[in-house]
Ligand binder design. Structure first.
Ligand SMILES: Cc1ncc(COP(=O)(O)O)c(C=O)c1O
Length: 428
């Protein structure tokens, strides 16, 4: 695990360790949810998203598991760790299956507003004949593109996906099986985003991106809104009440461009108001655009190479839209090494006497890896207010989205881990 040095805003705390990895966000606040944010993320729109997706064959239609990990909580010195497991959300194997389809549905409703389509029937292919002239395009590190390709295929429109050079052939194949046409750029994720925008403008196609950029916010907002389903399921399962302190003291979330953590933390903020949990954003050190945003106070660019084994988090530019939310409700930002994420993937796969074995990809495990690093240092624990009474939520945002890569990392196939999970669950 990493050696580190913590930093609070402009005052680094020297632990005699290697580098700064945690900063407090000076803009975070504990107010009620600002009314103007409701145009970006609003709990009242979640039920509509659920209903529209209720007919989609690629989604499960029951909540994903919210595992309890008592052995890990004990080892890390906190009361509770709950892990929302998005690996089984969809055959697409990640939470992204909630975002792109919602954005596609809303785009179609806007473009074909006179046709009075039933939104819940769009992903059944009922309007396939009306939609064949529609072309959507997006850049991706893998998971968003896979979800968009699947949604476009279900709706009956054409889909092009632009991939940065570092995305593996295995991830490309997982997108192409949904009929999407693949375009490669010999550069990183940000170049792929620019290329998708350029091609769309040149050909009259529609960008359905999970990241925002100047004058492009409506669709990324719709993507983010779909992620509210995850929080709603959690709040329902724990029977949360908005009149009490948050059931979780801390929420550790991995960030790429920031839409996932923004969608999740904004929902908690709206629900609990000033009693919201502490939000900690975790990123690869080589793709630290959100961490840099917290440093400078606006959506910023990463300082590193923007490549990582945490493929979904390898993003160079923070989404300005996501930042509008994160600036108020993300309290701390931290970076981790690729090796930290891999160690966490292995640990989750292993399980223990009281902790169920879990399949999580490197991006999916990053939030939990961040918690583990914090717990190695008394100073960092104190900085973010973690103690033996803390109740922590993490979201494992993907399963083995690249199964061969997963097996190579942990020396066991995802199928074998799942078989051990089934056996663990069957224990008396
Ligand atoms: C598995 C996984 N987790 C987390 C993220 C980060 O999401 P965002 O880029 O919205 O911050 C991604 C993004 O692709 C991802 O694929």
């Amino acid at each position: 695990m990493s050696q580190f040095l913590a930093q609070t805003q402009d005052k680094p705390i020297d632990h005699g360790l290697a580098r700064p990895i945690v900063i407090a966000n000076p803009l975070a606040c504990r107010s009620v949810y600002p009314p103007e944010h409701k145009a970006l993320m609003a709990i009242e729109r979640v039920a509509e998203c659920e209903q529209w997706l209720s007919t989609w064959e690629h989604l499960r239609h029951t909540p994903t598991p919210l595992w309890s990990l008592p052995d890990l909580a004990h080892a890390l010195g906190v009361t509770e760790i709950r892990l929302k497991d998005e690996s089984t959300r969809s055959s697409i194997k990640s939470f992204k299956a909630l975002g792109a389809p919602i954005a596609l549905i809303r785009l179609i409703l806007r473009l074909y507003s006179t046709q009075k389509f039933d939104p819940a029937a769009l992903l059944t292919g009922r309007y396939r004949d009306d939609l064949h002239a529609l072309t959507v395009i997006s850049a991706t590190d893998g998971n968003h593109g896979r979800a968009l390709a699947a949604a476009a295929q279900s709706a009956g429109c054409r889909c092009l996906i632009v991939l940065p050079e570092h995305v593996s052939a295995e991830r490309e194949q997982a997108i192409a099986i949904y009929g999407a046409e693949i375009i490669r750029v010999a550069d990183n994720y940000d170049a792929a985003v620019a290329e998708a925008a350029r091609l769309a403008a040149a050909h009259g196609w529609h960008v359905v991106s999970d990241t925002s950029y100047p004058e492009y916010e409506i669709i990324p907002r719709d993507v983010m809104q779909g992620y509210g389903i995850i929080v709603q399921e959690i709040l329902d399962e724990i029977q949360a009440s908005p009149d009490t302190q948050s059931a979780f003291t801390h929420v550790f979330l991995q960030g790429g461009v920031g839409a996932l953590p923004a969608g999740i933390l904004a929902h908690f903020w709206e629900f609990y108001g000033a009693q919201r949990p502490v939000g900690i954003i975790v990123e690869p050190v080589q793709a630290d655009c959100l961490y840099q945003s917290a440093r400078v106070g606006h959506a910023a660019h990463a300082t590193g190479s923007v490549t990582s084994i945490m493929a979904g988090l390898a993003c160079g530019d923070a989404s300005p839209l996501a930042w509008k939310l994160l600036r108020g409700c993300a309290d701390f930002f931290m970076t981790i090494e690729d090796s930290d994420a891999v160690a966490c993937v292995r640990q989750l796969a292993r399980g223990s006497q009281r902790d169920v074995p879990i399949v999580a990809g490197e991006s999916g495990a990053a939030g939990l890896a961040g918690l583990q690093i914090i717990c190695e240092s008394a100073v960092l624990r104190a900085q973010i207010g973690l103690d033996s009474r803390s109740r922590v939520l993490v979201i494992s945002s993907e399963g083995a989205t690249a199964p061969q890569g997963y097996q190579a990392q942990i020396g066991e196939s995802a199928a074998s881990v799942l078989a051990r999970q089934t056996a663990w669950l069957a224990k008396p």
